[in-house]
Design a binder for this molecule. Structure first.
Ligand code: NCD
Ligand code: ZN
Ligand code: ZN
Length: 347
């Protein structure tokens, strides 16, 4: 008989759903598994105001299959011209759950990001006072800093000073990828947490070049050396409640990934839970999986845990080679064509 694992329905604390046809294509993969997801605001143009975020939320709910009960938790895109009053009223009315900081030019659609912490200090002070979580893409953007060092440098030069100035600010270091990040969060205070993606737990940077250039393993922050992967695995299986599931599933059509200048982002929603289960099993830590997938996130965000459950079975799951996008075109899932060890039963 196959090994079975029943866990509370997980939430995805970092997800890109995009818009229009792409939204309609990818949303059901999340909404059939996850109870809730923190939805990232890096659309074109970015979602900076309560009214734009509320409209996007309606489009998400309008694209959802009828029998799914998924809740999108919306975020606002922070920029130098953000309006603290509008963000506060969006938070108080329940439209906005968190604010996302992209350093300008750090990643996909971040051109309108924050130029410096000083530029947004009044908004951050308001957020500390109101306990509104700040979600951070933690990479410096200076072109002379090596792409593999940008997260560690961010922690040292931006995050440490920020938390010294605003010690009670609730911060999620999104998609943590390094030993430095894992240790910083483990040794931090309870107002600091991190999401970790399946790809950063599974792969090191060699996977970018395995037998040739592998655009579907390219995401930001970029995959790191094996010592970093090991530190992330250790952190998520340590039992610390400061780490929680965030897939960072970031779909781009095949042509945009495989071109001469491919976009960063892995569409990993189909494979994520299976990979997380595999990692925890390898560490003999399956008993800690549910806290990571379903308990630590709601606790940090001050939300109730989901009451429903899902079942994981140790039974092979085939990852499709590609998925048709509603408008035409294709999406290549992360680990396309591979056989994974764990399957998900949703009802
Ligand atoms: N992770 C990625 O590689 N890409 C994300 C942006 C992000 O989360 O940084 C995207 O929106 O495509
Ligand atoms: Zn990011
Ligand atoms: Zn992301």
């Amino acid at each position: 008989m196959s090994v079975k694992l029943v866990i509370r329905r997980p939430d995805d604390w970092h997800l890109h759903l995009r818009d229009n046809e792409m939204l309609a294509t990818v949303l059901p993969y999340s909404s059939q598994i996850y109870g809730r997801a923190v939805v990232m605001p890096n659309l074109v143009p970015p979602l900076k105001t309560t009214s734009a975020i509320s409209d996007y939320r309606e489009r998400i709910l309008g694209s959802m299959p009828e029998n799914h009960h998924f809740q999108p938790l919306m975020t606002a895109y922070l920029s130098d011209d953000s309006d603290a009053k509008d963000l506060l009223s969006g938070y108080q009315s329940g439209v906005i759950k968190a604010v996302k900081l992209y350093p300008a030019h750090a990643t996909t659609n971040s051109a309108h990001g924050v130029s410096s912490v000083d530029a947004v200090m009044p908004v951050l002070e308001m957020m500390q006072k109101e306990r509104i979580p700040l979600l951070i893409h933690g990479e410096v953007t200076d072109s002379h800093i090596d792409v593999f060092d940008r997260e560690a440098r961010f922690i040292e030069t931006i995050l440490v000073p920020l938390l010294n100035r605003l010690p009670e600010l609730k911060v999620v270091l999104e998609h943590a990828t390094t030993k430095e990040a894992a240790e910083f969060v483990l040794n931090g205070k309870d107002n600091l947490a991190a999401t970790i993606t399946p790809q950063h737990l599974l792969l090191n940077r060699n996977a970018l070049f395995q037998g040739g250039l592998r655009p579907h393993n390219y995401c930001l922050p970029i995959l790191k050396r094996e010592i970093h992967r090991q530190a992330l695995v250790k952190a998520v299986t340590s039992g610390s409640s400061r780490f929680f599931l965030g897939t960072d599933s970031a779909p781009h059509e095949q042509g945009k990934k495989e071109g001469a200048c491919g976009c960063a982002g892995a569409f990993n929603v189909i494979t994520a839970l299976s990979i997380y289960a595999h990692i925890f099993e390898q560490e003999n830590a399956l008993d800690k999986l549910e806290a990571f997938t379903s308990l630590n996130g709601p606790r940090f965000y001050g939300l109730p845990t989901n009451t429903e459950t899902i079942t994981l079975i140790k039974q092979p799951m085939f990852v499709p080679e590609s998925i048709e996008v509603v408008s035409g075109g294709k999406l290549i899932p992360f680990l396309a064509g591979e056989l994974l060890e764990w399957s998900i039963v949703t009802d």
